[in-house]
Design a protein around this ligand. Structure first.
Ligand SMILES: [Zn+2]
Length: 236
């Protein structure tokens, strides 16, 4: 095992286990990865290994072209999607994919999640977008890589830092963050946002998205150059 990646292996394992603890994955669904940017290496969950048996040494290390550098087991079959996202969004340090129930329901309905309230606004600057459906050509070709490409196309006019997740049409959510732990945190929050948005439109089908002033106030107090949310300011 490369000593420099020991901590990353542990963080990636921990993020995968967090998805289980939070009820985001069934059986072996879902995957989390993290990148060691200096080395250009990605640590990802192995394919099909039960979470309760997963150890740091089971994780698979790939370079950004998909060449396996370390690991006896096959990587998650979604590795090519993760790699496309790392190559396109150099600011991210971790990627998570789940089929969490409410976020996947929105993905299957092919509806973006409007920002109905401040919980959403704290994390996503704008709606949680949904990709275009993939073409037969994309599905029959390099499907997992093309899943990444369809996400990247959607983010041509969006910031991956300001919108840390997406719904892949008829599939489910991908989230990312500064590191793998943040990516898992965003996956948990996205599921909560999706659930609350479902209840919101169930109670009132005509519910409006939050206004821009409240959305910006909440997003910008936690993010950006003038952020003030958190202990550094509030803890006495
Ligand atoms: Zn999937």
């Amino acid at each position: 095992m490369k000593p420099s990646l020991t901590r990353l292996r542990e963080a990636v394992l921990e993020a995968n286990l967090e998805l289980v603890r939070r009820g985001l994955v069934l059986y072996t669904f879902g995957n989390a990865s993290g990148i060691a940017k200096d080395e250009g290496l990605v640590v990802i969950k192995p394919s099909g290994v039960p979470y309760e048996k997963m150890k740091p040494q089971h994780l698979v290390i790939s370079d950004l072209s998909g060449r396996i550098v370390e690991g006896e087991l096959r990587p998650s079959s979604d590795l090519p999607t993760h790699l496309v996202l790392y190559r396109a969004f150099p600011e991210i340090g971790g990627v998570v994919h789940t089929h969490s129930e409410y976020a996947t329901a929105w993905a299957q309905a092919r509806r973006e999640i409007p920002c109905f309230g401040t919980t959403h606004a704290d994390y996503f600057h704008g709606s949680v977008p949904v990709t275009e459906p993939m073409s037969e050509h994309e599905i029959c070709g390099e499907y997992e890589k093309n899943t990444g490409e369809v996400i990247v196309r959607l983010f041509r006019d969006r910031s991956a830092a300001a919108v840390p997740g997406v719904l892949v049409a008829n599939h489910g959510p991908f989230t990312w963050g500064a590191d793998v732990s943040a990516a898992a945190h965003n996956a948990v929050v996205l599921e909560a946002i999706a659930r609350m948005a479902f209840f919101t439109i169930t109670i009132n089908a005509e519910a409006d998205a939050i206004g821009k002033p409240l959305h910006d106030r909440h997003y910008l107090r936690k993010h950006g150059s003038r952020a003030y949310y958190g202990q550094a300011v509030e803890y006495k």
